[in-house]
Design a protein. Structure first.
Lengths: 128, 165
């Protein structure tokens, strides 16, 4: 029971930067950092979640469920933008359509998994 | 097995989150700037002078735009003008451009060009200003944020009823 609660809290914590990452893809043309930077950030994020949680197995599952939570939040934010903005924003809202959201999520999740694997190697070397 | 909130271990996670958040916040601010620039821009079209000769009529047209926000990072590359008198079309006219059309100082936009009409179109334009001139303007905008040049098209339509300075 206690483990379950911790799992949910960690997933919620993880879903926040992941959601922001998904939104960064949406606002990509106006980004300060170059286009590919979000993928590097996602690798670092996947690495850091394992280090933060302190256990590879837990970290991977927290990563996965956090991703799903972020996806649901992303869908509702997309709905909100579609409903309350008009004209040019409609183009942005089209980007927010579910299939694009899912594809972006899978992309980002794969990069997080790379980060997870790097963390596994890192933990093996340092013996954390 | 799973430690919650050991700050030292969280440091990297928090740092990455902050980087993602700051980047997103700046992107959203730039996007807001862009959409309010596109939304608040107004354009007036004037016929400043008309000179007639036996074989052609030359019309001087002035575009006067006003930006809602100060946009030093924006410029215009093309202006296409579709004109009509009654149901007679005067075709699509392009403003002269060398990549940038008119002058834009971030707040006001001015572009002038003369268009010469001959033949049937001369017959049509000669009815002006007795008959109003319907116009449609397509203005190609460029909004620069960082390395990115966001291109868009603004559309305006209206009617000109008289020759004015």
């Amino acid at each position: 029971m206690k483990h379950g609660l911790r799992f949910i809290i960690w997933s919620l914590i993880f879903s926040i930067p992941f959601l922001l990452g998904q939104l960064s893809i949406l606002f990509n043309p106006f980004s300060v950092l170059p286009d590919w930077s979000i993928y590097v950030l996602m690798i670092i994020l996947g690495f850091s979640i394992i280090v933060s949680v302190g256990d590879f197995k837990w970290g991977v599952f927290v990563n996965f469920s956090g991703t799903l939570i972020a996806m649901i939040l992303y869908f509702w934010i997309g709905w909100f933008i579609l409903k309350f903005m008009g004209s040019y924003n409609f183009v942005e809202a089209l980007n927010l359509s579910l299939s694009t959201g899912v594809i972006n999520m899978i992309f980002l999740y794969i990069f997080c998994l790379f980060g997870n694997l790097i963390a596994l190697i890192f933990m093996g070397i340092t013996g954390m | 097995m799973i430690s919650l909130f050991t700050l030292k271990k969280l440091a990297l996670f928090i740092a990455v989150s902050i980087v993602i958040f700051v980047n997103l916040a700046i992107s959203v601010a730039r996007f807001t700037g862009y959409s309010s620039f596109m939304g608040d821009f107004t354009l007036n079209v004037y016929v400043t002078s008309m000179s007639k000769s036996a074989s052609s009529t030359t019309v001087m047209i002035k575009l006067a735009g006003k930006s809602g926000i100060e946009a030093k990072n924006a410029y215009f590359s093309q202006a296409a003008l579709m004109m009509k008198i009654g149901n007679k079309s005067l075709g699509v006219q392009q403003f002269q451009t060398n990549g940038i059309v008119g002058e834009f100082d971030g707040k006001t936009f001015v572009a002038t060009s003369d268009f010469t009409f001959t033949g049937d179109r001369m017959m049509a334009i000669d009815e002006f200003p007795g008959k109003p001139l319907d116009y449609r303007v397509f203005l190609t905008t460029h909004f620069i944020t960082g390395d990115h040049n966001t291109r868009g098209t603004m559309f305006f339509e209206g009617q000109i009823k008289k020759v004015e300075e």
